[in-house]
Design a protein around this ligand. Structure first.
Ligand code: SF4
Length: 215
């Protein structure tokens, strides 16, 4: 797929989901954004929203979370799944924030990647949502699935899919692209039963072109 076709897909999805700017909308500070994005791995926004208030009122700062009792943290985030690992990650990340960054969430990719539990996906989300920076494209499960189905990337590696998308799309829309793909993945191009008949980008979609049809 060339850049013009890829950008046409972006334009169509922008028209289809004008309300999709609010992915990861539950965060008001970089600290909240970082912690809640780590918790959002392998779970739903709803599960994160359910633990958010209790967690952040008990641990409102990196300093408080770094000193937090691990069992208490586990109980507070239990609903988000993988809570042993996630509790360890957010406590450790808070500790590094305090010890290395003066309790302030860094605003560059290299520093963010030194935090426990933070990979490129989380770092990209924090950079975009908290600092307005488009340094990469967050490849979550929806973005990964859509990139393959539509034909934007043939890779099975998340890192390579990110590189392929970065080549196809201009830098200034990278963050917005993730929001749109997540909206499309949730509402139309779902994992099990994509609703191709009503899809706004089906004419450009590799999967739609080749899927068997009952006549
Ligand atoms: S045509 Fe089907 S597979 Fe392709 S993007 Fe749309 S819903 Fe997904």
């Amino acid at each position: 797929m060339n850049r013009n076709e890829a950008c046409d897909i972006y334009t169509r999805l922008s028209g289809a989901y004008p309300d999709s700017l609010n992915t990861h909308h539950w965060c008001s500070t970089p600290y909240e954004n970082l912690i809640l994005t780590i918790l959002s791995a392998q779970t739903t926004d709803n599960a994160v929203a359910q633990v958010k208030d209790a967690l952040l009122s008990r641990f409102p700062t990196p300093e408080s979370l770094a000193e937090g009792n691990i069992k208490e943290i586990e109980e507070l985030i239990h609903r988000t799944g993988f809570y042993h690992t996630k509790a360890l990650h957010i406590k450790s990340a808070a500790k590094v924030l305090v010890e290395k960054f003066g309790g302030v969430v860094p605003s560059d990719m290299d520093s963010l990647l030194t935090l426990p539990g933070v990979g490129r996906k989380t770092a990209n989300i924090v950079l975009y949502k908290s600092f307005g920076k488009n340094e990469g494209i967050a490849i979550d499960t929806h973005v990964f699935r859509l990139a393959g189905r539509i034909g934007l990337s043939k890779s099975t590696s998340q890192d390579q899919v990110e590189v392929d998308l970065m080549k196809l799309y201009p830098n200034e829309i990278w963050g917005r692209l993730t929001d749109l793909f997540i909206a499309h993945g949730r509402r139309c191009c779902t994992a099990r039963k994509p609703k191709c008949d009503i899809c706004s980008v089906k004419k450009m979609c590799y999967y739609f072109s080749f899927m068997p049809r009952i006549s």
